[in-house]
Design a protein around this ligand. Structure first.
Ligand SMILES: Cc1ncc(COP(=O)(O)O)c(C=O)c1O
Length: 414
C-alpha cells in the first residue's frame, strides 16, 4: 500500500500539549491508542469545571442568568462547534443526555410502524445497546422481533456493503420503517458512505437514524446535506469530553416543526414561555425540542472546553492527519508483522477512520496474550470479544512516532 504524506498544518500530535497523557510503567507517558473508547482529558476541561464550581459557590442561583456562561443556555456553548463537526445547522443539534437515551427519544418520534411498514434494519453485530434499544422499541409496539428486526449480514470479507443495504431496500423497502446504521462500525472500524445510505433510504421512503459514537470527531460528516433524519452520538470517545460525557443529537431541519409523538420535558418547551409554568407543551424548534431536563452544567463544561480545540484544529486538517497516521500504521503493520496479524478494517482511505481492528492469526489466546503484554508495557489499546485488538491513533494527541513505537513493540512481543 502506498502512503501519501501531506505537508499540511497542523501535523498529527500538534495539540498534544493540550491534553493530559496518562502514565505508563515508570511514570513515563503511556502509549495511548485508545481514543476510540475514551478520549484523553483536555487540560482546559478541569479549568472549565472549576470555573462552574466557583460560579456556583459565589453566585448561587444567580448563576443561571449571569454573564456569558449563564447556566440557562449553557448547553448552547457546544452548539456551533457540534454543528460544524457534524455538518449540521445549529438548530439541528443539541448536547443532551447520553447516546442510548437519545436513541430512544428519537425512535419514539421517528419509528412509526404502520401497516406492512414496520421493520427496523440494523447491521449484524451492531453494538449491543443499539440492538437492545431497537428490540425494546419493537416490543413496545407489540411487534415480533424475529420477524421485524432485520440484521444485514457482512459478506465473506467480513465487511458490510452499502450495495447490500441498497438491494435490501429495493426489494423490501416497503416493509421497512427505520434503518439504524453506524457511521463507523465499532468492532471493525469500517467507515460507511453515509450520503449513499441516506439516498437509498430516501428512495425507499424509510427513516434513517445514525449511531455516530465512533464517527463524531473522527471522520468528516455532512448530516444536513446528506438528508439524514436523525443521529445520536456520545462525546467520550473522539470528542474527549470525559467518561459518560453529555451526548449529542441531530434532527434534520425537515423535522424542525415536528408535531408527532415525543417524550417531552420542560426543557424542550418553548424557552420564551417555559417559566410561565403553563400546562401545555409547545416544543422548541429543532433538536432542542427533544430536551427533557435542565442541562447538567458540571458535565457539560468539559464538552464545550474540548470542542474549542476542535474549532481551532478543524475537522478537515484532523482528517488529513488521521489518514496519514492510520495509513502509516496500517502500512508498517502489514510490512513488518503482517505474517502474524490480520487487519480487519478496510484499508481504502474512505473506508477507515482513526481505528484499526487487529486480529492475531494464531487465534484468540495468542491475541489476548499480545493485548495483555502490550498493556504491561504501557501501551493502551482495547479488546473486543471474541478476538479483536482495537488501536486508534488520534491526530489531536498521538504522533507518527508513536505508531512506529507500537509496531516495534508488537514485533518484539510476537
Ligand atoms: C457504537 C456504540 N453505540 C452505543 C454505545 C452506548 O453508549 P452509551 O452508553 O453512551 O449510551 C456505545 C458505547 O461505547 C457505542 O460504542
Amino acid at each position: 500500500m502506498s502512503i501519501h504524506y501531506s505537508e499540511h498544518f497542523p501535523e498529527a500530535g500538534h495539540f498534544r500539549d493540550r491534553f493530559r497523557i496518562p502514565h505508563g510503567p515508570g511514570r513515563h507517558d503511556c502509549l495511548y491508542l485508545c481514543g476510540n473508547s475514551l478520549g484523553l482529558q483536555p487540560i482546559a476541561a478541569a479549568d472549565a469545571v472549576e470555573a462552574e464550581l466557583e460560579r456556583w459557590a459565589s453566585l448561587g442561583v444567580a448563576g443561571h442568568f449571569d454573564g456569558p456562561l449563564a447556566w440557562m443556555p449553557y448547553h448552547r456553548l457546544a452548539t456551533d462547534n457540534l454543528a460544524r463537526i457534524t455538518g449540521a445547522q445549529p438548530h439541528e443539534v443539541v448536547a443532551m443526555n447520553s447516546l442510548t437515551v437519545n436513541l430512544h427519544l428519537m425512535m419514539t418520534s421517528f419509528f412509526r410502524p404502520s401497516g406492512a411498514r414496520r421493520r427496523i434494519l440494523i447491521e449484524r453485530g451492531a453494538f449491543p445497546s443499539d440492538r437492545h434499544a431497537v428490540a425494546s422499541q419493537l416490543a413496545y409496539h407489540d411487534l415480533d422481533i424475529d420477524h421485524d428486526l432485520v440484521e444485514l449480514a457482512p459478506r465473506r470479507d467480513g465487511l458490510l456493503h452499502e450495495e447490500d443495504l441498497e438491494d435490501y431496500l429495493e426489494r423490501y423497502g416497503e416493509q421497512v420503517a427505520l434503518v439504524l446504521w453506524p457511521g463507523v462500525q465499532y468492532a471493525s472500524g469500517q467507515v460507511f458512505d453515509l450520503p449513499r445510505i441516506a439516498r437509498a433510504c430516501q428512495k425507499a421512503g424509510v427513516i434513517l437514524g445514525l449511531d455516530l459514537a465512533h464517527a463524531v470527531g473522527n471522520i468528516p460528516l455532512e448530516l444536513h446535506e446528506a438528508g439524514v433524519d436523525f443521529a445520536v452520538w456520545c462525546s467520550y470517545k473522539y470528542l474527549n469530553s470525559g467518561p459518560g460525557a453529555v451526548a449529542g443529537c441531530f434532527v434534520h431541519d425537515r423535522h424542525a416543526e415536528f408535531d408527532g409523538p415525543r417524550l417531552a420535558g420542560w426543557w424542550g418547551h418553548d424557552e420564551k414561555s417555559r417559566f410561565r409554568m403553563g400546562p401545555d407543551f409547545r416544543p422548541m424548534r429543532g433538536a432542542e425540542g427533544w430536551q427533557l431536563s435542565n442541562p447538567p452544567v458540571l458535565a457539560l463544561a468539559p464538552l464545550w472546553a474540548s470542542l474549542e480545540i476542535f474549532a481551532e484544529a478543524g475537522m478537515k486538517h484532523l482528517r488529513r492527519c488521521s489518514l496519514d497516521m492510520t495509513g502509516h500504521l496500517a502500512h508498517t503493520i502489514t510490512e513488518r508483522v503482517g505474517e502474524h496479524i490480520r487487519i480487519l478494517t478496510p484499508l481504502e482511505p474512505h473506508r477507515r477512520g482513526c481505528q484499526l481492528s487487529l486480529q492475531v492469526k494464531a487465534g484468540r489466546k495468542a491475541g489476548r496474550n499480545l493485548f495483555e503484554r502490550l498493556e504491561a508495557h504501557g501501551v493502551v489499546t482495547d479488546w473486543r470479544e471474541p478476538d479483536i485488538i482495537r488501536v486508534a491513533p488520534v491526530p489531536l494527541y498521538n504522533t507518527m512516532a508513536e505508531t512506529d513505537t507500537f509496531v516495534d513493540l508488537v514485533e518484539k512481543l510476537l
